[in-house]
Structures are given as C-alpha cells and as structure tokens.
Design a binder for this molecule. Structure first.
Ligand code: ATP
Length: 135
C-alpha cells in the first residue's frame, strides 16, 4: 500500500513524524480517512484522537487539542495547540485537569470562563479516553 508522510506539530515542537498508509481524523465537518494521493484540503480538527495506520498493520494514536489538518497528495500536516502520542499521556495529570475543570463548571461564572472550563474538560476527557484505549 502506498504511504504518505505525516507531521504533527505544536507550538512546543514536533510530536510525530512518520510514513503511514492512512490518517483517520475528526474534523469539524465529520470523520475523514486520508490515503496517499488525496486531493489537497484544509480542515479544522475537533479535540480528538488522530489514528495513524502504518504499513506493518499497527496503528499509532495521537491526541490533538484542536488545530488544523492540511492534506497534500504526498504530505499530511497537523498543526495543533497541543498533541500527545497515546503512550506519552500522563493519565493522573489528565484526571486532575478533569477535576479542576468540573469544579470550575460547578461555580457560577462568566461565559468566557465556562467556555474555557468546557474546553479544558474536553482536553482532559479526550486524553483519558485515549490512554485507556477507548477511542
Ligand atoms: P493541564 O491543566 O494538565 O496543563 P491542559 O489541557 O491545560 O492540561 P494544554 O494547554 O493542552 O494542557 O497542554 C500544555 C502542554 O502539556 C502540552 O505540551 C501538552 O502536550 C501537555 N499535556 C497536557 N496534559 C497532558 C497529559 N495529561 N499528559 C501528557 N502531556 C500533557
């Protein structure tokens, strides 16, 4: 099967670079599966997991907190505000973040703070689900 180069980059630096056979990602408009040779496109990503199928039959999973995917026929680039390879997720940290976000959502607060807490909760839950293999 043909492969395509994938790069996942955050403001802190590169998180993932590999040759893969397919990238499965959740965009704002729905799930996509991208193979080598795909027509160019750009789409915003949800707080979600990106699955990277490899030629050896294994799959890598990377959590992304928003960002964009840019598809070109020979290269797929993902730029996210944060991203973690599943095996590098600190689940205790994510559970703490989940507790903090839930506590903030219990308090009466401004719309901006609510939106922030909801986003923090979504990041934490996404990391916990992926780390526990529930993707
Ligand atoms: P926290 O409140 O625990 O910092 P957060 O969702 O606010 O979580 P981010 O701002 O998305 O964190 O990310 C900041 C940095 O910390 C990024 O480099 C991100 O990859 C890393 N990071 C955040 N949470 C985890 C985690 N549970 N395991 C591993 N790395 C994490």
């Amino acid at each position: 099967m043909k492969t395509v180069t994938v790069n996942i980059v955050t403001p802190d630096g590169p998180v993932y670079e590999n040759e893969v056979t397919m990238v499965i990602a959740k965009t704002a408009a729905g799930d996509i599966g991208v193979l080598a040779g795909h027509v160019p496109m750009v789409a915003p990503l949800k707080i979600s997991a990106v699955k990277l199928n490899k030629a050896d039959g294994k799959t890598d999973v990377v959590t992304v907190s928003g960002g964009f995917v840019e598809v070109r026929p020979d290269k797929i680039s993902i730029l996210a505000s944060s991203a973690e390879l599943a095996e590098n997720i600190d689940v205790a940290r994510a559970k703490e973040a989940q507790k903090r976000a839930e506590a903030r959502l219990q308090q009466k607060q401004s719309d901006i703070d609510t939106k922030r807490a909801e986003a923090a909760l979504a990041r934490a839950v996404n990391r916990i689900k992926v780390q526990e293999g529930n993707i």
